[in-house]
Ligand binder design. Structure first.
Ligand code: ZN
Length: 298
């Protein structure tokens, strides 16, 4: 099975000379299970390039699109995903919904005619919506498990298990702190309660979710210094990504959701710092930074 990264940037597309090596598109990761079975994590602007690549093969598309949450950077590529415009293609959009907005509305709203010329109901592919909360669902002979992360409103992390291997996609996740949670009001109360109910470290449920994964893709938006100015924004610094990877005993950590202004050289520096930490602390896993076009076997 192969993983390919089509978008790795957080918050807003960031093209330019200083981001050309790691890429400026917002989150989209392809997990290829077999020639015609695809699980896609998030529909950021990277989804456009992936859709174009799929169209170029001429093959029909049967894919599951797992949406972590509906913030712009995770859905903005969907209206430009050409396979959704083609009759005969099949797409299952999977994600969380709330009492106030259904999963279908999440996708349809950004294509409302005020914002976009083509409406969701004009797309020709067969599109099905599958709302999930914290559960496991079968996907193409494998299993996709979801868990709520610590992020404003809500965000899901996903674990894809297939053929005895597993990858965990956990973007937009902040270290949960009991004191911060007592005063902050921006995360769904039910999700806060799930973290609060943990004995000991409230992040234990995150560690357990990623336990033993072959590959962990985790939010590493900030440096530790930057994080101090962004508590409650829903993102991690790279030291917390290292902590999750070590507590969970994963094989490889992929730093993801790079901060919008982070240059290629700065990402290189972060990877070097992470590798130094890994050596000093005696961790066993490997660490790389996600880059557009990166392909990993899993
Ligand atoms: Zn994001």
């Amino acid at each position: 099975m192969k993983l390919r990264f089509w978008g790795v940037r957080g918050s807003i597309p960031s093209p330019g000379r200083e981001t050309v090596r790691y890429g400026g598109n917002t989150p989209c990761v392809e997990a290829r299970l077999s020639d015609d079975h695809i699980v896609i994590f998030d529909a950021g602007s990277g989804l456009r390039g992936f859709g174009d690549a799929l169209m170029a093969t001429g093959a029909s598309v049967n894919a599951i699109l797992a949406i972590s949450h509906p913030h712009w950077d995770h859905i903005q590529g969907f209206p430009f995903f050409k396979p959704a415009f083609v009759a005969g293609n099949e797409l299952t959009i999977l994600g969380a919904q709330t009492r106030n907005i259904t999963l279908r509305q999440v996708i349809a709203s950004q294509m409302d005619k005020v914002y976009f010329p083509i409406q969701l109901n004009e797309l020709k592919a067969k599109i099905r919506f599958q709302p999930v909360r914290e559960e496991s669902v079968p996907v193409f002979g494998g299993t996709l498990t979801s868990m709520f992360l610590n992020h404003p409103a809500f965000a899901l992390g996903f674990r894809l298990s297939y053929g005895g291997r597993s990858i965990v996609y956990m973007t937009d996740n902040e270290p949960f702190d009991r004191e911060v949670a007592r005063t902050a009001k921006n995360v769904d109360r039910n999700i806060v309660d799930l973290f609060m109910a943990q004995k000991g470290d409230p992040n234990q449920r995150v560690f357990d979710f990623a336990r033993g994964a072959d590959i962990l893709i985790h939010d590493a938006t900030y440096t530790p210094e930057e994080y101090l100015q962004h508590v409650g924004w829903g993102h991690s610094d790279y030291l917390f990504a290292l902590k999750v990877a070590s507590e969970a005993g994963v094989g490889k950590l992929v730093l993801f959701h790079h901060e919008q202004t982070r240059t290629d050289d700065q990402i290189d520096e972060i990877v070097q710092k992470c590798r130094k930490e890994i050596t000093q602390r005696g961790y066993m896993f490997d660490c790389i930074a996600a880059a557009e076009g990166l392909v990993l076997d899993w």
